[in-house]
Structure formats: structure tokens, C-alpha cells
Design a protein around this ligand. Structure first.
Ligand code: ZN
Length: 121
């Protein structure tokens, strides 16, 4: 038996698309999209998925914009988190372009450094 959710964007039913039109004759409406739970559950692992609750990205972001303060207050972050890592500095050969006296670009070889995160956790 299939399980369904209604899209959780409170304004889903105000978005004008063909797929939202329901009703007969002169009694047409735009209706909130009905979502089949697990429609993008490609691993068949029954893990909850954001697309079980929102019909698309537009509805997800309308919801997030409307309730961002409530979400931030419910799942508040009062200080940053940190993950210990090891960092290796590496020098590598690359190039830059610069203007020369003739007004042209000139390629020049340079050494640059980059940081490599060797492991996390
Ligand atoms: Zn929706």
C-alpha cells in the first residue's frame, strides 16, 4: 500500500501549473501537490527524504524562506562547531598572466602553495 504526503509548502496550491488543476466544469481549483513517499528512495532503505515532503525545489525554498526564523530558532546554532583535521601544505607549479611593457599579456611560471586536508574525523 502506498503512502502519500501533501507538499508542505503552505503556498503550493497558489502556484499556477497544469498539474495542480483539479475539479470539473466551472469548479476548478489549484490543489496542493500529492507526493508519493519514497519516490526518490533509490536505495530502498526507507530513510526519510526531503522530497517526501516537498514537490520540488521551488516549494522547498518558499517554505524555508517563510519559516527560516522558526527553523533557526528550533535548531539554533549558538557557537561554531569544529572538526579536527590534519593539513599538509604543498607547493606546486602553475602560471599567471601579467601585462608586459608592450601592452600584451605575458604568461609567467610561478610557484604556488595549497593546503590539503589529509583526513577528517
Ligand atoms: Zn509544492
Amino acid at each position: 500500500m502506498s503512502n502519500y504526503n501533501w507538499c508542505h509548502n503552505p503556498d503550493c496550491h497558489k502556484i499556477e501549473t497544469q498539474s495542480r488543476i483539479r475539479g470539473t466544469g466551472d469548479n476548478k481549483v489549484l490543489r496542493t501537490v500529492k507526493i508519493k513517499v519514497g519516490r526518490y528512495n533509490y536505495y530502498n532503505d526507507n530513510n526519510p527524504n526531503i522530497w517526501d515532503y516537498f514537490c520540488n525545489q521551488n516549494c522547498l525554498f518558499q517554505f524555508l524562506n517563510k519559516f527560516c526564523v522558526e527553523i533557526a530558532n528550533t535548531y539554533s546554532v549558538k557557537q561554531p562547531s569544529e572538526t579536527p583535521i590534519k593539513v599538509k601544505k604543498e607547493t606546486y607549479d602553475t602560471y599567471r598572466y601579467r601585462h608586459n611593457e608592450q601592452g600584451d599579456y605575458e604568461r609567467m611560471e610561478v610557484k604556488a602553495t595549497r593546503k590539503i586536508i589529509e583526513n577528517n574525523y
